[in-house]
Design a protein around this ligand. Structure first.
Ligand SMILES: Nc1ncnc2c1ncn2[C@@H]1O[C@H](COP(=O)(O)OP(=O)(O)OP(=O)(O)O)[C@@H](O)[C@H]1O
Length: 595
């Protein structure tokens, strides 16, 4: 796992500024105004006491005193109200900016190479990117910290100027203490950073188990296999790791905070003693004393604040850089290429294809060569784990072959435009998923607006029309009850038919069904087979099934064993081979039906 790039770089800041600009350029003006107003507010408590005390100790004119006090109060009030109004605007924009960052992560997750979804390194990067949004106030506090930092810097410059009229040595002492504090804060920042970094895999595991607890889809398995204890145990283990790390962090942070506090107290003792001596010496008056005292206090306060701000900023920028690294994670898959112009006849051909999953040591597919002509019906059979689904993942470019190539009309499929190529396929995987949205949206998803009759025809092809037309809201009925009490839960077989409907509605030229009848009752299965040719009319079909009797209607049957294509031919041809695996498997299954 590559760690976050710790080197200072401004990619994150650049991204933040461009998102802010896109959200509203006026935010920059607001930030500038708030910064100036905040700086001005810092000087009122420094200058006001001196002016009033000087007047009290001097001519003591009531009208002047009243005027000065009213002026200070009015300016303070005005600046505070002005700052609050602008700050309110910035905070609302901050929400939009955070939303924009969330969308960027979402969009990356939806478009990154499929294999990243199984890569722990990429998933850790995703967690780091989320920390940019959530850790230490995230993006929301970043702009505010930026304002406070600039405002503190300006204040420090002004306060140094005031103190320089007394003695440069005072500034030297303050700077020395600051250096000590900076060192300690830097140490704090480093242990905090490594703490969060160490926790990334722990958090990911914790989130996984916690999400599983919240996911009703696991409800049945959890209860029937008593997975509750395992889940709680895993959650507790991860929580313990977090707490242990947190304790270590808190102990170190407390120690550094203690030393910092002592250094500040020493600094104040020396400076106040020096100024008291100056008053006793008549070098400065009481008004100036209060001004210098306030200036010292404000300077220390601002310097301490600014160290914190800079640490926060650099940490946030570090996370922001991780965010940039994640959203810029390069897709390995070639996505652009020539347009797909598919006219009959066409040919899909696997040439010596071998494949190894990214993190795997063994090859899953070995030297597979297979040709599929337009209109063909290919059945893929084999034992569990023999590589059937993997073959489909390669054909549909979820993964690219490790060796060999897949050609469409003689052109490597990598050289076609990725999206156009995917449009060629209607696939039903075994682990299909639906959204908690209307049935119609689930079926028509991504296909734009087609006639309602097309939707109803599709539903009738999979024998779901009566069921859905029976719902009060028909195809607008929500799937699941997550957002709507009237929502429906479909049985396993009905869900599978809905998945097939979604694939058919897409009306792509190549239909791939991975175990399409596993959850269907015998009548539904019969219905599917007897209409299979209608369902896939004018299309090329690939069909994976363990029910060998249902493969007979395919022109060609490809038999896989341990990642190798070991037999290929029609049902009759394969049955004629007395030592063939297909024949053996078919007969073994057929025996179960003999009464
Ligand atoms: N993402 C993955 N990473 C590593 N190995 C994987 C991955 N997915 C599948 N495999 C491995 O590849 C092999 C083939 O899996 P595949 O799903 O292609 O088999 P299958 O023939 O479709 O099996 P089944 O009949 O059980 O559905 C299995 O041994 C499996 O463990």
């Amino acid at each position: 796992m590559q760690s976050i790039n710790k080197r200072f770089n401004l990619k994150g800041l650049h991204l933040l500024l461009s998102v802010v600009w896109k959200t509203s350029p006026f935010v920059f003006v607001t930030v500038l105004l708030v910064t100036l107003a905040n700086t001005a507010l810092q000087f009122i408590p420094v200058l006001m006491p001196k002016i009033i005390i000087d007047e009290l100790m001097g001519q003591c004119r009531n009208s002047i005193l009243a005027r000065d006090i009213a002026l200070f109060v009015a300016v303070s009030l005005g600046l505070n109200v002005f700052t609050m109004a602008l700050q309110y605007y910035i905070n609302t924009k901050n929400l939009e900016i955070t939303k924009e960052f969330n969308l960027k992560i979402g969009s990356k997750l939806l478009t990154m190479d499929y294999e990243y979804t199984e890569s722990p390194a990429a998933l850790d990067k995703k967690e780091q990117a989320y920390q940019a949004i959530s850790a230490s106030g995230g993006i929301t506090s970043l702009l505010n910290t930026l304002i406070s930092t600039i405002s503190s810097l300006l204040s420090i410059a002004g306060l140094i100027y005031i103190l320089s009229t007394l003695n440069y040595l005072i500034i030297g002492i303050i700077v020395l203490i600051i250096l000590i504090n900076t060192l300690l804060q830097r140490k704090t920042r480093n242990i905090q950073y490594s703490f969060w970094h160490k926790l990334i895999p722990v958090n990911r595991e914790y989130n996984y188990f916690y999400r599983t607890i919240l996911d009703f889809n696991f409800g049945k398995d959890i209860r029937l296999y008593n997975i509750k204890d395992l889940l709680l145990q895993k959650s507790k283990q991860n929580m313990k790791k977090t707490v242990d790390n947190m304790m270590e962090l808190t102990n170190k942070k407390s120690l550094y905070a203690c030393v910092t506090e002592i250094a500040v107290l020493v600094q104040q003792g020396v400076i106040y003693g020096y100024m008291a001596y100056k008053v006793l010496n008549n070098s400065i008056n009481i008004g100036s004393f209060t001004m210098y005292v306030s200036a010292v206090y404000k300077l220390s306060q601002n310097i301490n604040l600014i160290i914190g701000y800079i640490i926060n900023l650099s940490q946030s920028l570090l996370y922001l850089n991780a965010f940039v690294e994640f959203i810029n994670l390069p897709n390995q898959k070639q996505r652009t290429g020539q347009p797909v112009k598919l006219t009959n006849p066409y040919q899909l051909k696997l040439v010596n294809v071998s494949f190894k999953y990214p993190a795997a040591e063994q090859y899953t597919l070995h030297n597979v060569s297979l040709t599929l002509n337009s209109g063909d019906r290919l059945s893929v059979v084999g034992m569990n784990g023999s590589g059937k689904t993997t073959l489909i993942k390669l054909i549909t470019r979820l993964y690219d072959p490790t060796e060999g190539e897949i050609l469409l009309n003689g052109v490597n499929i990598k050289n076609y435009d990725y999206t156009e190529y995917l449009d060629l396929f209607s696939v039903v995987f075994q682990d299909f998923r639906f959204l908690a949205a209307s049935l119609k949206d689930n079926i028509t998803v991504g296909q734009g607006c087609k006639e309602r009759t097309h939707l109803l025809e599709t539903l009738s092809k999979v024998n779901l029309h009566e069921k859905i037309e029976g719902f009060v809201n028909q195809e607008d009925t929500m799937l699941y009850k997550i957002f709507d009490e009237q929502g429906v839960d479909l049985s396993g077989g009905e869900s599978q038919r809905l998945a097939i409907a979604r694939a058919l509605y897409k009306d792509a030229p190549i239909v791939i069904l991975d175990e399409p009848t596993a959850a269907l009752d015998p009548l539904s299965e019969y219905h599917l087979y007897s209409h299979f040719n209608d369902l896939t009319a004018n299309k090329t079909a690939i069909y994976i099934s363990h029910r060998l009797s249902s493969c007979k209607f395919c022109d060609t049957i490809a038999v896989f064993q341990r990642g190798q294509l070991i037999e290929k031919g029609s049902h009759e041809e394969l049955m004629a081979c007395s030592s063939g695996i297909y024949r053996e498997m078919f007969n073994a299954q057929a025996k179960q039906y003999v009464i």
